[in-house]
Write a protein that binds this ligand. Structure first.
Ligand SMILES: O=C(O)CCC(=O)C(=O)O
Ligand SMILES: [Fe+2]
Length: 206
């Protein structure tokens, strides 16, 4: 995996690298994951109300990782071989052992993720989150928590978005619905979950 220079103007702490994985490989991996992963669509509690999340997800992690999402502990799925290989490659590139991977499947443009920061205590003060996109291109929005300044980025199949430094402290991000998008997209977010393992993963992500 070679990384090209970021091409789009983004706030510090967000680095976008298009075409890190070839288009053919990224689509083949999309198809494989659609079929092979055990997908869940949990109901979560946000501000006291229950919602079914508007996407599917699969949480892949080492056995000793415990991660909760809006008061529900996620079931750890084992690492499929291609994702384990990717984890090791990313470890060599970034120097982090990514022991957890939240996989999101946006079946079409109706599926989405609301504004949030990945700032849970168990990810540490300045987490490094590596986000890989497979399938349909989707808009990704970033918003400064204080000034409200927004940035928009198109996440293309095979791209890598790295969020690091104070990106989670200063900004929120979201994947808005795009009614005209008919294709599906899978997003892989590699994370390192610290040793204080049982904290809540609930941060208002809708
Ligand atoms: O689908 C995406 O690109 C964003 C996913 C995300 O923000 C998350 O899983 O925390
Ligand atoms: Fe996120």
């Amino acid at each position: 995996m070679t990384l090209s220079q970021p091409e789009q103007l983004l706030p510090s702490g967000f680095d976008y690298h298009p075409a890190v994985i070839s288009l053919d490989k990224s689509i083949a991996l999309y198809d494989y994951l659609c079929e092979q992963l055990i997908w869940q669509q949990p109901r979560i509690q946000v501000f006291g109300k229950y919602h079914t999340i508007p996407r599917k997800q699969c949480f892949i992690a080492d056995d000793d990782v415990v991660y909760s999402y809006s008061k529900q502990t996620l079931n750890n799925s084992p690492w499929p071989a291609p994702l384990l290989a990717m984890r090791h490659r990313l470890q060599r590139t970034y120097g982090f052992d990514f022991n957890a991977l939240l996989v999101n499947w946006y079946r079409d443009g109706q599926d989405k993720m609301g504004w949030h920061s990945d700032d849970e205590a168990e990810l540490g003060q300045e987490p490094c989150i590596v986000s890989i996109s497979l399938g349909a291109s989707r808009k990704f929005k970033i918003k400064h928590k204080v000034t409200g300044q927004q940035y928009e980025l198109l996440l293309q199949s095979g791209s890598v978005l790295v969020m690091h430094g104070d990106s989670q402290q200063l900004y929120q991000h979201a994947l808005p619905a795009q009614a005209k998008v008919s294709g599906g997209r899978i997003n892989l977010t590699f994370r390192t979950v610290g040793q204080a393992l049982t904290k809540a993963y609930s941060n208002g992500r809708k």
